[in-house]
Design a protein around this ligand. Structure first.
Ligand SMILES: N[C@@H](CCC(=O)N[C@@H](CS)C(=O)NCC(=O)O)C(=O)O
Length: 203
């Protein structure tokens, strides 16, 4: 089994954190996206969408979506559970993971990719107005997430889950998009310190 990985990019980082939380170590193959390695053979044949991360199983199966990769490891290494522990919690984790993906991570990636000069060659066409438009959406979602964190230490109650991983990676991506978490979002800031204190956060 091999994980095609790249440093600094948001989605591969989600998988690295997830695997660290599960204490799973697997072989990784580094791919340099800034050098365009993912746009060429052999990687482009592996994933015609030309995106990372990609997990290739020993039987040759290709899993090219970060949450799908995490789900695979949730099934093969159930402890600790990171997708919820019972039917209700599993549904809430799924809900919040999607909320955070659509409300924070994806808009943060759009803001960065459509504004930052370093992304000019990878994001074609680069539309700075679209990048800027995402900033307002992000700020209103952060206020909603701050409210949710009034219910427990983590995004869903008192257990760390994949929803926290997606939120952590989304917040860290805001630095690249030059969006600051407003000081009044105190619960969000405390949660951020809490998740950053986990060893997996440095990955
Ligand atoms: N939905 C996919 C998105 C994957 C994705 O967008 N990966 C980015 C890195 S965060 C990538 O490979 N970008 C290459 C490019 O922009 O050309 C997932 O969650 O795995």
């Amino acid at each position: 089994m091999k994980l095609y990985d790249t440093p600094r990019a948001a989605n591969p980082r989600r998988v690295r954190i997830f695997l660290a939380e599960k204490d799973v170590v697997i072989e990784t193959v580094p791919v340099d996206i800034m050098a365009g390695e993912h746009l060429q053979e052999p990687f482009a044949r592996l994933n015609p969408l030309k995106r990372l991360p990609v997990l290739v199983l020993d039987d040759g199966t290709v899993i090219a979506e970060s949450v799908a990769i995490c789900r695979y490891f949730e099934e093969t290494h159930p402890d600790p559970p990171l997708f919820g522990r019972d039917p209700k919690e599993k549904a809430l984790v799924e809900m919040w993971q999607r909320h955070v993906e659509f409300g924070l991570l994806v808009p943060a990636m759009h803001a960065f990719r459509h504004i930052h000069p370093a992304m000019r060659e990878l994001e074609v066409p680069q539309i700075p107005e679209w990048g800027e438009a995402n900033k307002e959406k992000i700020l209103s979602f952060l206020a909603y997430l701050d409210q949710q964190l009034g219910h427990g230490d983590y995004v869903v109650g008192d257990s760390y889950t994949i929803a926290d991983i997606t939120a952590l990676v989304g917040i860290d991506n805001l630095k690249l998009a030059k969006v600051r978490v407003p000081d009044e979002l105190v619960r969000l800031k405390k949660w951020y310190d809490r998740v950053c204190s986990r060893p997996s956060a440095v990955l």
